[in-house]
Structure formats: C-alpha cells, structure tokens
Design a protein around this ligand. Structure first.
Ligand code: SF4
Ligand code: SF4
Length: 444
C-alpha cells in the first residue's frame, strides 16, 4: 500500500499499462459516461435544456419539465433514490461504481494515464525519467504532460459546469462571471487531482470509499486473490506448473491504488480489475487459471451468494418507496404555482364610499416549458352579493413569477358575516389552480 499523503511521505504510484477483458469493459463504460457528461448539456427538449441545474434561477430543467424550489421534496426524493440505488448496487456488486463509473476513475483512465504514457512512456520509463537529472528532454516532456493535463482539466471542468449554467451559454461566453470563476476554480482542482493527487482522493477524501465497509458484506462482490490456488508463491516454472503465484508482481505494478491484492481485501481497492487482467496475462498465457477474480467471500467458503438478503431487500424497498413518491409527485406536478396571502397591514379598510376593501397578494409562477408566454385569468368565487374584485392581467414566460395585488370590495351591508370564505381561481390553459382564503368584514 502506498504511503499516506498526510504523513508527508507519499510513495508515487507508477501504474503499468495492461490489456484485458476488464480494461475493454472499462474503455466502453468510460466512453459512454463521458458522452453522457459532455453531451447531455447540449440536448434540448421543448426549447429548454434536457437537464440543467439552474442554481441562480432556483430551478431544475428535466426533460421538458421545470422544477422550482416548491418542488424541493421531489428533488430530495431523486437524491434519496440515487443514494439508495448506490447502496443497493454496492451491497450486490461492491465498488463497481469506483472502478468503472466514477468521474475520477474515468478521467484518470481515459485521459491522465494515456497522457502519462504519451509523454513519458510506460512505468519503467517514467520511473527512470523521474529519477534522472533535469535535461531539456525531461523539461519538454513534463511541460507537455502538464499542459495536456491542464487542457483535460479545463474540459472536465467546463463539462461539469455546463450542467449548471448551460453548455451553449458557457461555450459562447454568455454565461455569468460566477460560472467562469467556478470553471476556473474547478479547472485548478481537477489539474491538481489529475497531475498529482490521484489515488489519494479515493484513499483519503472520497466519502463513498469511507462507508464501503458498512454497505458490503460477505456476499458482496470484491476482487480477490485465490490464496488456496496461488500459495505458496515462488518465482519460477515449477510454481507456474502448479498454478501457484509466480510472484511476477504484475498485479501490483498495474494497480492504480498501489496495493497488493494478494494481501487480502483492502478498502483502497476500487475494483477496477486491472490486477485480474494482469494475472490473466501471466497465468492465462501459460494455460493456467488466473489467481485473481471478482468473487464473494461466501463463494470462497463454499456457500451460495444470495441476491435476496435483508440489506438488499431493505435498500430495494427504500428505492421503490422513493420511486413511488417521485411518480406520484410527477403526476401531481403543477404546470403553474399560485398562492394567495394577505397584504401586510389591516385586515380590511373602509373606503370613503363605505365599501369594505380586502387586499391580497397573489403569486403566480409559470412552470411550463413553453416558448410563448402564458396568459392567466383570475376569478374569485363565494363573494357576497354585489362584491367586486380587481386584479391586473398576468402574462408569464417560462419560469417567470409575478406578484400582483388582488383587491376585493364589498358593498355596505349590515347583514353579512364578519368572516366569508372565498376561493381564488387562477385559470391557465394547462388547468386551474384553486386557493382558499377569506374576507374579513368589520362588525357593525
Ligand atoms: S487491487 Fe486490483 S482491482 Fe483493486 S484497485 Fe488494485 S488493480 Fe484495481
Ligand atoms: S499477477 Fe498473478 S502471478 Fe503475478 S504476482 Fe500477481 S497473482 Fe502472482
């Protein structure tokens, strides 16, 4: 295992390149996820971003629907669903997210390590380069490598910020200064990570890595070295003939986390499968069985791993509950929000003509993803005879909000009650919204 960063004695991990079935899987999963990360902010639905987290505007665009702060519970349910899904899949398949889908791994595998190899060669050449004197060639190689990593960091950062400020605005310099400030800050962070911090992020900073132990059990998939088959290890043909580990250390030199999986399961392992491919290349090439595999502790002890067990059932139940809540809330999602509140001040005023005036504030928000503004009309039902109301015209574009005064005037009448329930109805093409309130009349 590599030395700790925080003790100031870090051992740099020189990862050797490796080919194999899991690296091919890696390539595909990485490219699909990169396409998703980079491509989605460019996709539009009904003239709006397919997905965008517009934090200054306090709204989220999702496939033609706009969610605002009033949909906070719905957004929280999406967060719960994502978390429970992660728990569920981790309890079944261990840290496959880390090995195949985490942006940290994807950017390291797809960009940083190929850049290392392009400018400095494979593991042994990189070690020699770092150990050697500073020559013009070394300066040029290091400069080229760090410039390339800086460009990748800028690309990663811009792709990430695009999910919040919109790809078109960001790339055409129409986004706000905050967006560019955050992009610059993320670029520096990504650069520090790709150029130097690397595996230490997983080992020391990532919260997901921290609670792995609580999510996995003996029936979760992990990367294992087969000690029964592989031991005793020894270099040489005799060992190979017995299908024992020949101690070639390929599984160690290819490991991006700098660990030796033959020491047993370790929390640093991100389940990337590089050591499996490395051992495949050694043992498989000689017609022997690979000594490292994806397996469960239960299978190793002869038991049959179960998919259905208390923790997977619990996580699945929570996922289903969150999904049900999301579906229900989406079905009830209002294309328009409206609320009525009393205007600050006295509950009523009496005008010079003797009529009683109640003043309300009507808030209307257009949540519809439409290109043309929507016109809203307002009626008030339940008014006493002769009462009139007045409200300005409300026309709102997508996500616009407006607060208008709603004035109700009631003619003088000694027989009307002190408290009169009324309904304020806001009419829109997509449907009406009804809000309850009441008129207050002075006691005569
Ligand atoms: S031990 Fe194997 S699977 Fe785990 S991080 Fe290292 S190479 Fe990847
Ligand atoms: S790659 Fe396989 S044979 Fe080589 S040291 Fe690792 S476990 Fe042993």
């Amino acid at each position: 295992m590599s030395e700790g960063f925080f003790d100031g004695n870090r051992r740099w991990v020189y990862t050797q390149s490796v080919q194999g079935r899991f690296q091919r899987l890696h390539r595909w999963s990485g490219r699909v996820l990169l396409a998703f990360l980079v491509g989605i902010p460019w996709v539009s639905v009904a003239g709006h971003p397919a997905v965008q987290f517009d934090i200054p505007g306090r709204r989220v665009y999702a496939l033609g629907t706009i969610f605002t702060t009033s949909d906070g519970f719905l957004l929280a349910l999406f967060g719960f669903l994502a978390a429970f899904s992660l728990f569920f899949f981790t309890s079944l398949f261990g840290r496959l997210w880390c090995g195949y889908a985490c942006p940290q791994t994807v950017f390291l595998e797809e960009f940083a390590r190929p850049i290392d190899r392009f400018f400095e060669g494979d593991r042994s050449q990189r070690k020699s380069l770092d150990a050697g004197d500073w020559t013009a060639s070394k300066v040029a190689r290091k400069a080229g490598k760090y410039l390339a990593l800086l460009a990748v960091s800028a690309f990663a950062s811009t792709s990430f910020v695009s999910w919040f400020s919109g790809a078109h605005d960001l790339y055409t310099l129409q986004a706000g200064s905050t967006a560019y400030g955050i992009t610059a800050a993320f670029t520096l962070m990504w650069f520090a990570d790709l150029a130097w911090f690397r595996e230490q992020f997983c080992n020391y900073l990532c919260p997901y890595a921290r609670f792995q132990g609580a999510l996995c059990d003996d029936e979760s998939l992990v990367v294992r070295y087969d000690t029964k088959l592989g031991e005793p290890r020894a270099p040489g043909k005799a060992s190979l003939a017995e299908n024992h580990c020949i101690d070639c250390k390929k599984c160690v030199t290819t490991c991006p986390q700098g660990i030796d999986i033959r020491d047993g399961f370790q929390l640093e392992c991100i389940m990337c499968g590089r050591c499996i491919d490395a051992c495949d290349g050694v043992m498989g090439k000689a017609g022997k069985q690979s000594l490292i595999e994806y397996n469960t502790q239960a299978a190793v002890t002869g038991a049959k791993p179960r998919l259905i067990r208390p923790r997977t059932v619990a996580y699945l139940t929570l996922m289903l509950a969150a999904t049900t809540g999301i579906v229900a809330m989406l079905a009830l999602h209002q294309p328009m929000e409206a609320s009525v509140s009393r205007s600050p001040g006295p509950l009523w005023t009496v005008d010079t003509d003797g009529w009683v005036r109640n003043t309300f504030l009507l808030d209307v928000t257009n949540n519809e993803a439409v290109d043309t503004p929507v016109k809203y009309t307002v009626t008030v039902t339940g008014l006493p005879e002769g009462a009139v109301f007045d409200v300005p015209e409300i026309v709102l574009g997508t996500t616009q909000h407006r607060r208008v005064p709603l004035i109700v005037r009631v003619p003088p009448n000694a027989n009307i009650p002190h408290h009169i329930p009324v309904h304020v109805v806001v009419h829109a093409p997509a449907g009406d919204v009804v809000r309850e309130t009441s008129l207050k009349i002075p006691r005569s």
